[in-house]
Ligand binder design. Sequence first.
Ligand SMILES: C[S@@+](CC[C@H](N)C(=O)[O-])C[C@H]1O[C@@H](n2cnc3c(N)ncnc32)[C@H](O)[C@@H]1O
Length: 487
Amino acid sequence: MLRRSLSRLSPLLSNGALRPLPPLSSLSLRPLRLSSSSQTLNPPTTPPPQEDDAINDLEGPAPRMTVSIDRSGLHNPPEHSHEASSDSELVKHLKSIIRFRGGPISVAEYMEEVLTNPHSGFYINRDVFGASGDFVTSPEVSQMFGEMVGVWTMCLWEQMGQPENVNLIELGPGRGTLMADLLRGSSKFVNFTKSLNIHLVECSPALQKVQYNTLKCAEDVLGEESSTKRPISGISGAPVHWHAALEQVPSGLPTIILAHEFYDALPIHQFQKTSRGWCEKMIDVSEDSSFQFVLSRHPSPSLLYLSKRCKWASAAEVEQFEHIEVCPKAMELTEQIAKRISLDGGGALIIDYGKNGIVSDSLQAIRKHKFVHILDDPGSADLSAYVDFASIRHSAEEVSENISVHGPITQSQFLGSLGINFRVEALLQNCTEEQAETLRTGYWRLVGDGEAPFWEGPDEQTPIGMGTRYLAVAIVNKRQGAPVPFE
Ligand SMILES: C[S@@+](CC[C@H](N)C(=O)[O-])C[C@H]1O[C@@H](n2cnc3c(N)ncnc32)[C@H](O)[C@@H]1O
């Protein structure tokens, strides 16, 4: 029955036709690189090199970095007192952490500071999306993405028994475009839209403001007697709440959680296999005051997470890797999601780029649509890493027997099964030639694989399909059965 309702839903999505779209030919989705050895650290030789011994150069478009051994075990922590006056606030802050710590910080700590430091993190003070920003995400490419996620959400809501009150939570909503397209697309389904309490989990005050505007929020007085106001979305009339973290969202209502390109921004630890076992890759300040990668000299506490991750893999799988990335925050977040869904009912949809297994060496930095070195001018470039979908499955399954995990399937399978083909055809019926080109290009970017065969424009602007690089996984309460289209 649900399958049938799917093919009905997609063409029926609010006719609202086309939202204004950016000229896509000039934009690129977060470019993906193949796992590379570009930042390979050679294992220390035996006996381990002395501190400051440069082991290897790191390749990259930005400054060349050298690698030395962690000095945290020494009694006299090095002085890093010569700060270049041109250092940004964030660089000064990172260097002061390293100085006070008396040793290097983990890649995870670096990543967290760079992205979400409350004063100068990459996401905190500005809109980083679109042609004038640093990268483009699927919801910004085409309204069809948010509409199809809306179809998935409505189907799950149906499977949940059409509850009158639902928490619809989005983690890391960016500009709020996905949620706006979901609400616009589902506006004909009044019982669904009336049931929604929207909760946006967003750490960036600047992006919260953008989301407020995208959702056309206005302040609504609560009850006749009350002077308390709360934001209501002008698109659907649903109340909208903002939170800095998932645990702040009230529980107790059936819940649907969406996380698109959220997991890839969570801080990862990097480990390297050496002659003395797995060592954590750390970040220190070199003698010339620039950042450099070093290897931890002593076992770091996060090795526990590496060990946990490796227990979920076969010895043969682990054996293949010289480098492994582990994301404890992703494990903890998934546990939280699974517990919430197990108690409150509902489900979660996670879409991101990544792989269904151990991730090796994927951390990347992107500024103004170009790859840059991870250590170059921190805070001015996005950092993201492949998502380990197998780890998501295990983290969820370990904390509750009431939930089931489905997928991953490719974004192309996900959007295709939900009816994106019907939708693009419906939109193409009623649009200008320019809009038609934008639609076709956007469609290819969302579901295509590799370069668009129909492209006749400049080579460097050829749309690249991300349909097989991005994966979708669902975690649902077992009461509801398998979610579409994962059955
Ligand atoms: C890569 S963007 C994805 C945006 C959006 N989902 C999209 O697809 O366009 C990551 C989003 O998560 C937010 N974010 C990143 N880390 C966060 C954290 N630890 N807590 C809350 N929000 C975070 C960022 O501010 C941003 O809105």
